[in-house]
Write a protein that binds this ligand. Structure first.
Ligand code: CDT
Length: 328
């Protein structure tokens, strides 16, 4: 048994003008709660430090730039704009996985998640590969929910690269540190990324997201065909469906963390933060639509059941039949 106490750190409403300092104070309160419960790893959402800015049609370049952290070569924990968050995590000895808008020193912009261990070192970094939405807005009218990720971010270029989290070795009482992978929001809907992690023996997936609860133009549905309540329920259904199924078929634990709430009072996001075991069962989930810590003890060795039997890849996969996946 390699037992580990982990948390999904769900974050509620953040508006267009909410300053980072206010957000970081809330994140640090979640870290304090995590420390009080002896949590070793807390997973935060996609673009946690700001509102989900790809929903806005923005013409002011300074405003767009303001949503990105300019990451120094030493890693995001050394970035002045968000350092207070990583300092708190270090002070409390908690590993964190967190999403943010990354601007590189060459000026390239990505939708990124970094795994920063309790010593402040970035041990894993992922740049979102499946960017949903459009280059052009559905509407330039303020108040309309756009999804301009293709315009605002370059597609991730770091692959689906699993890594070890050495600082968790002692915490999980075994002789091996966990093998960790990260995906961001829309990536969780694509089996391909999960399977690339599965093939690296992943034991723990960290997935942050912002999933709009009402986006008929994005989903391609007639707005009159569904109430907002039905749309929320459907978005939640699909979220849980892909998370539980892909954790199961890749025999991995999963921590998935929502940015939720009704941003600006206009743009609702689903909640659904949860911890899923390698058999696909939900072991803990949110009960609110606001800031909330969802905590569970997971057993990293529980991955072995699936990895050695139903999903023993070396025994059962038929790669000679899968060529089309990589040729189209
Ligand atoms: N942030 C993000 O990737 N959101 C998308 C919205 C697409 S709606 C099907 C998501 O997949 O949740």
């Amino acid at each position: 048994v390699r037992q580990l106490r982990v948390a999904a750190a769900q974050v509620g409403r953040i508006d267009r003008g909410t300053p980072r300092e206010e957000v970081i104070a809330r994140l640090n309160a979640l870290l304090e709660q995590a420390a009080a419960q002896k949590v070793k790893l807390a997973v935060f959402p996609e673009t946690t430090f700001t509102t989900f800015f790809p929903r806005y049609w923005m013409e002011d370049e300074a405003e767009i730039a303001s949503y990105f952290e300019t990451e120094p070569v030493e890693g995001i924990s050394h970035c002045a704009s968000v350092k207070a968050f990583f300092d708190k995590a270090m002070e409390l000895s908690i590993d964190v996985a967190i999403g943010y808008g990354e601007e590189t020193s060459e000026g390239r912009r990505y939708n990124t998640a970094s795994y920063v261990d309790s010593s402040g070192r970035t041990v894993g970094k992922y740049r979102k590969i499946h960017l949903p939405g459009t280059f052009e807005p559905f509407s330039k009218e303020q108040g309309v929910t756009n999804q301009l990720e293709k315009k605002l971010f370059a597609p991730g270029d770091l692959g689906f690269t699993a890594f070890r989290a050495p600082s968790l070795r002692a915490a999980c009482g075994g002789d091996k540190s966990p093998i960790v992978g990260q995906l961001i929001c829309n990536d969780r809907r694509w089996a391909e990324g999960w399977r690339v992690y599965g093939l690296q023996g992943v034991e723990l997936m960290c997935v942050g997201y912002n999933t709009t609860a009402w986006a008929p133009q994005l989903w391609g549905i007639d707005p009159s065909s569904m109430t907002r309540e039905e749309a929320y329920a459907d978005a939640m259904f699909h979220h849980k469906l892909v998370c539980q199924a892909n954790a199961y078929t890749n025999s991995t634990s999963l921590i998935t963390s929502a940015r939720c709430g009704n941003d600006d009072g206009l743009h609702p996001l689903i909640s659904g933060s949860m911890i899923v075991d390698p058999e696909g069962h939900i072991v803990a989930e949110n009960t609110t639509e606001g800031d909330e810590l969802v905590v569970a003890d997971i057993d990293l060795d529980a991955c072995q059941q699936g990895k050695s039997k139903t999903f023993a890849f070396a025994k059962h996969r038929r790669i000679e039949m899968y060529g089309l996946i990589c040729s189209q």
